[in-house]
Design a protein around this ligand. Structure first.
Ligand code: ANZ
Ligand code: ZN
Length: 821
């Protein structure tokens, strides 16, 4: 062997790992278990640079935990139902399974080449009948618990894909997949009652804080959108032939009741047509036509001139008795709250914009100390004292809210309530390539669940591209032989439900299936789940912040309530890797800046690409491929690899007899690496490994020499650290060093504390962003201690000069920023 040659290393160790099955957990209880999962891939084409990054990160965690002595479950599977397979099938007049499984085979080969420490024996595909049988079972669990139901209502419709979309799949008014503007269509669809779980989905996030990215938690919180307020009833006076009736509004500001100067109902709600007088009906019809073409986002855009029509009626304020005009407008949404609002222009900007457009009165009822909104055009939302409000006058905002709720409560015209932005999960799709909904419709018996023993309801094999073209109803509906079935209840003629499930149902439970993927008796073996789940570390893109993660959390809670799980959250910790960019922008066909993963691997080798991905930045940050050097990574790998060949002491040589200076570097590196890895600072671990390689090389060439046992100790530490990111190189080093391997089953080196000479760094202490002091502190100082020392520093006390402290941001060991109160 004359030099580091990645092709030889890959050809040697890839098959060796497979043959020795080194990455399957032993699962015998001899070691503590850890579960690492990557968000499973969708099988479109081959792997790309984004996969390469995400999976490199997850593999660092899995390999690190194995080295620390854990029994690690690190499985792989495919999210293999979904639209692209169907579109490809239509384009080539084939069955979607052909495209799907061909792509899976390609990706699987690439994953193996990429050297990931996966347990291939647990591989699953959501489009396999062995898998979707249990997705259908899951549906029926929800159905039996009353959590799956069908209703007719206006839904998001993608005119291009000819299918409905969940709210979560509408991004800025467009279809998440194809970008076509989404329209509304009234359809009979299946829903999961996720809204029943809104409070728990919110409250259980407390336990995730600190282990999930705060950004993801914030997005979920916002999506669930809990707001506390009140329902208040207004009487709409009779007009012409229309009788008097009651309409309820949802408000978060019952304190502003005396400031309501008009009343608005959503223009597209049935309520609008019910309320409008004959005289104004035509105006309303024309207006509704306009509104139909707008997305919710457009409707609520603050920079749009407000539009609306007067309905010819008046509403009576339940507290003041005041009569206010009733309008229909598009800025009020039909499916939020009650679809009707009391408009308080002085304290709500949307209402104020509307009032100014239509010349409606503006009356301030909370004195916030700001200028009159009627004059400035700026609504005031802050705290203040109630004015112009009869019995509420003089109260502070919070007191007034409580008092107003009491008053309407006493009058029987309102009560406190909680409202959510979250809607039930629309899960039926009018497409072929998904798990059929296991319901049979019988004229006599109604909806009848397919009996468990008749699962799976298999997709027919005899349908090809031509049959799958979108037609607005499920392609399955045209397959009479498949649709016609005997009713399981009465035996009469019945028809299968022809919709399939959203693929997010498939992916809502797959991490449970990984624990017993071949179980034919159950979706998962409760014992296996208890041993492995929940997932200790989940890794994937932030694009799933709401959809997949919220749905998985919901399904986990349902299965918990069903008594099948003893935990309520599926993912204990979440890591969102950054994106791979090229030239500062996301790779795309139109920009022509795509980088082909296969070519990179051919040119630099797997280890160099993996190392480059990890070294470029902390895992959460983006990697710009224009700024990195895979060639430099390859050079470093070659340099590290040579150490192993140079070591001249035998296996087991006692390091205690070795060079103390090199030993100190080795032990400090290993000790720091553990803390850095726990903290997900993988890039720093690579940098520190590079330093250790340099120190070792120096010791060989200009120090104690290749025969010193400290050199062996250092080279072994290099191999172990390097195995996290350069597995082929590390495996080869480990064997050259005289071990039978595999390196990923080597024990993490034991740190000799006596070798950890104290090192110090300078910590900068800022107050309100200005540097006020510098402290010499140990490099491994804890956050609490650094905070304490910083607050006691002279420069800080001088600068604070008796002011209190609002927050202290500590970035140990180098920075403290104090924000004064
Ligand atoms: C009177 C009021 C006065 C309001 C005020 C706000 C400020 P969140 O916090 O998002 O829940 N609203 C209620 N239903 C609506 C709908 N379907 N479409 C558009 N707006 C709607 O918002 C609740 C507030 O948004 C409610 O409180 C209502 O306006 C409005 F100074 O009632 B408010
Ligand atoms: Zn029947």
């Amino acid at each position: 062997p004359t030099g580091w040659d990645f092709a030889t290393l890959e050809a040697t160790w890839g098959p060796w790992w497979e043959e020795h099955d080194v990455f399957a957990p032993v699962d015998d209880g001899s070691r503590e278990r850890r579960y690492v999962a990557d968000m499973f891939p969708y099988p479109s084409g081959d792997l790309h640079m984004g996969h390469a990054e995400a999976f490199a990160m997850g593999d660092v965690v899995a390999r690190y935990w194995r080295l620390r002595g854990y029994d690690v479950l690190h499985p792989i599977g495919w999210d293999s139902f979904g639209l692209p397979a169907e579109n490809a099938a239509i384009a080539r007049n084939a069955h979607p399974a052909e495209w799907t499984y061909a792509n899976i085979a390609t990706q699987a080969a690439s994953f193996k080449r990429y050297g990931l420490s996966l347990d291939w024996s647990r591989r699953l595909h959501t489009s396999d009948p062995e898998y979707y049988r249990w997705t259908q079972w899951l549906f029926l669990q929800l159905y039996r618990r009353g959590l799956a139901y069908r209703k007719n209502s206006p839904v998001n419709w993608c005119p291009k894909d000819q299918t409905v979309l969940a709210n979560e799949q509408v991004v800025n008014g467009a279809c998440e997949r194809c970008g076509t503007p989404v329209t509304k269509k009234a359809l009979n669809q299946w829903y999961f009652r996720i809204t029943d779980y809104a409070d728990r989905l919110l409250d259980d996030m407390d336990a995730l804080a600190g282990h999930w990215p705060e950004r993801v938690l914030a997005m979920q919180r916002n999506w669930i959108g809990r707001s506390t307020g009140a329902h208040v009833d207004f009487v709409i006076e009779a007009a012409g032939s229309a009788p008097e009736r009651k309409v309820t509004v949802f408000t978060t500001r019952p304190d502003t009741l005396y400031g309501a100067t008009f009343f608005v109902v959503a223009a597209d709600a049935d309520l609008a047509t019910e309320l409008v007088t004959d005289e104004h009906a035509q105006m309303l019809t024309a207006y509704r036509e306009e509104v139909k073409h707008l997305s919710d986002i457009e409707r609520q855009a603050t920079d749009r001139t407000k539009t609306g029509v007067f309905l010819g009626r008046y509403a009576v304020n339940p507290l003041s008795g005041e009569r206010i005009p009733v309008w229909a407008a598009d800025y009020v949404l039909a499916d939020y709250g009650t679809g009707a609002i009391m408009a308080v222009p002085a304290h709500d900007q949307r209402d104020l914009d509307f009032a100014r457009t239509f010349d409606l009165p503006v009356r301030a009822v909370v004195d916030t100390g700001d200028e009159d909104p009627a004059v400035t055009g700026i609504a005031t939302a802050g705290d203040g004292t109630l004015i112009n409000s009869g019995p509420l006058d003089g109260l502070a905002k919070a007191e007034a809210i409580a008092r107003a709720v009491e008053l309407v409560g006493e009058a029987g015209t309102g009560e406190a309530t909680v409202n959510y932005r979250l809607r039930d999960w629309l899960l039926s799709r009018q497409r072929f390539w998904g798990a059929p909904i296991p319901i049979i419709h019988c004229e006599t018996c109604g909806e009848v669940p397919v009996p468990d023993e008749a699962l799976p309801v298999r997709l027919p094999d005899d349908m090809r591209g031509a049959d799958l073209a979108p037609q607005g109803q499920s392609p399955l509906a045209s397959n009479e032989a498949w649709v016609r079935v005997d009713c399981p209840a009465c035996g009469g003629e019945a028809r299968r439900d022809t919709d399939t499930m959203d693929t997010f149902v498939d992916s809502s439970w797959y991490v449970l299936r990984y624990t017993s993927p071949h179980d034919t008796e159950a979706a998962f073996d409760p014992e296996a789940v208890r041993r492995w789940a929940p997932v200790d570390q989940y890794v994937g893109g932030v694009e799933h912040a709401i959809l997949h993660l919220l749905y998985s959390r919901f399904i986990t809670k349902v299965l918990h309530d069903e008594g099948l799980l003893d935990f309520t959250e599926p993912f204990t910790a979440l890591l969102n890797q950054g994106q791979v960019l090229n030239g500062g922008r996301a790779m795309s066909k139109s920009l022509g800046n795509g980088v082909d993963l296969g070519q990179q691997l051919d040119r630099y080798g797997v280890d160099a690409i993996r190392l480059t991905m990890v070294f470029a930045s902390p895992p959460e940050d983006d990697v710009d491929w224009a700024d990195v050097s895979p060639a430099g990574s390859a050079k470093f790998l070659a340099r590290a690899w040579r150490l192993a060949s140079d070591v001249a002491s035998p296996v087991g040589a006692d390091p205690a007899a070795g060079d103390r200076a090199l030993r100190a570097v080795t032990h400090r590196t290993v000790a720091d690496a553990a803390a850095l890895l726990d903290d997900h600072k993988f890039n720093v671990v690579v940098a520190r490994t590079m330093e250790l390689v340099n120190a070792t090389r120096k010791a060989i060439d200009a120090g104690p020499g290749a025969g010193d046992p400290a050199v062996r100790e250092a080279a072994e530490a290099v191999a172990i650290l390097l195995s996290l990111v350069g597995p082929y190189t590390a495996e080869d080093m480990w064997h050259r060093l005289g071990h039978d391997g595999p390196v990923n089953q080597a024990a993490w080196p034991t740190v000799d504390e006596s070798l950890l000479v104290q090192q110090t760094v300078t910590a900068v202490v800022q107050v309100a962003g200005k540097v006020r002091d510098r402290l010499e502190v140990p490099v491994d100082i804890g956050e609490d201690e650094l905070r304490e020392r910083a607050l006691a520093a002279d420069g800080v006390t001088r600068s604070l000069d008796g002011r209190g402290v609002r927050t202290v941001i500590v970035r140990a060991p180098k920075l403290v920023n104090i924000v004064p109160a």
